[in-house]
Design a protein around this ligand. Sequence first.
Ligand SMILES: Nc1ncnc2c1ncn2[C@@H]1O[C@H](COP(=O)(O)OP(=O)(O)OP(=O)(O)O)[C@@H](O)[C@H]1O
Length: 178
Amino acid sequence: MNEVCVRVAVRVRPLLPKEVLHNHKVCVRVVPDSTQVMVGTERAFSFDHAFGPTASQDDVYESCVRPLVESLVEGYNATVFAYGQTGSGKTYTLRGGHVASLLDEQGGIIDRVAQDVFLLLGQKKQNGAAQTTVRVSYIELHREELRDLLELHTNHKELHIREDDRGNTGNNHSGQCF
Ligand SMILES: Nc1ncnc2c1ncn2[C@@H]1O[C@H](COP(=O)(O)OP(=O)(O)OP(=O)(O)O)[C@@H](O)[C@H]1O
């Protein structure tokens, strides 16, 4: 991976059965063997990665995210976020194809990161690295309101995201109040 701080990947999902049924047409195509997508027949847009409807969850993870996890265990910060209109595939890409699935071919980025973080930390420990602590928070921000998805009974009014003077963010509920 080169030294660019922000990399952008585009993923075009397949038509859903109901879309096929309603005769919807594909209007965005990935140019074969490139990182460009065509909108209609004339306009081409370039990205750092471009995945078409046949790309697997593993393809996306291996090229876009795994290198970040490797950097993470070396002490770097990394962020992965999905952006797109409703129904475009953000949840599928991040959380996977089934709710509560074990890691299988439909497993999303979150499952794969969790697996690799512990795998890589385990390897580091075997090589004599210091003990590591992993903390996880899973928070939904919807209409300016925060919800702790790991503690659903928490009153959303008690949750606040704060930033310290070095730009580190945390939420008061996870005990990281800045
Ligand atoms: N790459 C893919 N392959 C197969 N099915 C997909 C793919 N991406 C998305 N889907 C399916 O498309 C539908 C919409 O996807 P998803 O729920 O992930 O969209 P979303 O962007 O999270 O939408 P919203 O913003 O409304 O939550 C789901 O049924 C999902 O399983």
